[in-house]
Design a protein around this ligand. Structure first.
Ligand code: TXA
Ligand code: MG
Length: 321
């Protein structure tokens, strides 16, 4: 049993100290615009091994390496196609992860033994400041999966990270509080190892946004690449998630604000649009567990914007842990 220090005042000094902790091999949970990540020096095998232990995640599931700017990807990746450069220029920093053939820097312990590596420049001032400070110390990148136990709902606040992982952190580890995540669902993952981009996990960067920038049609999304988010049971609260039914007395309920709350139902979120739906969803699912609800009914949002990612996560959540 232990802790990990909570840092709510993310000043320049505290970011420099957090970078030193990373360099020394400790874990630093960090805010990003999508969800909070559990970070470690991506070149330090022992530190990365602690991420897997803290999450209870199987060792063959690859981690995303976060870098401070697009220029850094050439250290981690080989064979970067033109369309990927166009995507990075347009959408980084932002909620998009690109998969490339790995360089020697991306070792098995971070890629889960894959011959590829996932890279992302996050769009959050705390994450970017931490990455910049880490780079000053010679750091190459921060490996960070979502900061939840394996299979659980990703955290979108520092308190949610603490609730998930505090007991697995040790003295010297840190949890940085950067406020609630502004996007709320995990990054779009795009395989860039083929002649056209291929979406492996939907997110706020949509298929339309990808084709708009690359001028290419998307390759078929069926893949044998291991994406843990594609496992059947994932993103699940303890409460049973049930989609698109009328809630009954005692149920939790999540729906757009124009949908009224039936009597004796616990309204957990009333977002007014799909972006807000994404931003509130995971906190609402967590609050179902905090209130010890046994069922949470969700009305899925329609549309081909971030609603696609929301429906993807809800489908997995509805399959249970
Ligand atoms: O928004 C996000 O992507 C968040 C924040 C913290 O950046 N991170 C995140 O990481 O969601 P994680 O580990 O929870 O999910 C990343 C997914 C996993 O399903 C993993 O299998 C996949 O990305 N992934 C990572 N590297 C990969 C690779 N080389 N090939 C295929 N899939 C990869
Ligand atoms: Mg995750």
């Amino acid at each position: 049993m232990s802790s990990g220090q909570f840092v709510s005042n993310c000043t320049a000094d505290s970011m420099a100290r957090a970078a030193q902790q990373l360099k020394a091999g400790f874990l630093v949970a960090l805010p990003t615009e999508t969800v909070y990540g559990l970070g470690a020096d991506a070149t330090n095998a022992a530190a990365v091994a602690r991420i897997y232990k803290a999450k209870g995640r199987p060792a063959d599931h690859p981690l995303i390496v976060h870098v401070s700017e697009m220029a850094d990807i050439s250290e981690w990746a080989e064979e970067i196609p033109e369309y990927a450069i166009a995507l990075g220029r347009k959408y980084w920093p932002g909620p998009m992860t690109l998969i490339f053939k790995r360089s020697h820097l991306a070792q098995d312990f971070v890629t889960g033994g894959q011959a590829t590596v996932g890279l992302r420049v996050p769009d959050h001032v705390v994450a970017l400041t931490l990455l910049a400070e880490f780079k000053k110390l010679g750091g190459k990148g921060i490996a960070a999966p979502s900061a939840n136990r394996f299979g659980h709902v990703s955290p979108t606040s520092a308190d949610a990270v603490r609730a998930e992982l505090a007991e697995y952190l040790i003295e010297g580890d840190l949890i940085l509080d950067g406020g609630p995540s502004s996007v709320g669902v995990e990054s779009t993952i795009i395989d860039c190892t083929g002649s056209a981009p291929r979406v492996l996990r939907p997110g706020a960067i949509t298929a339309e946004m990808i084709t708009e920038v690359t001028g290419l049609g998307l390759a078929d999304s069926i893949s044998d690449i291991r994406v843990s988010g594609s496992l059947e049971n994932h993103y699940s609260p303890a409460a049973q998630v049930i989609l698109d039914v009328t809630p009954i007395s005692g149920d939790g309920f999540i729906a757009l604000s124009n949908v009224p709350t039936p009597a004796d139902v616990v309204r957990l979120a009333s977002p007014s649009n799909n972006e807000e739906f994404a931003r509130l969803l995971y906190a609402a699912l967590r609050s179902a567990d905090e209130r010890s609800l046994t069922r949470v009914v969700v009305n899925q949002p329609a549309g081909d914007d971030v609603a696609i990612a929301i429906r993807d996560r809800l489908l997995r959540a509805s399959r249970g842990r």
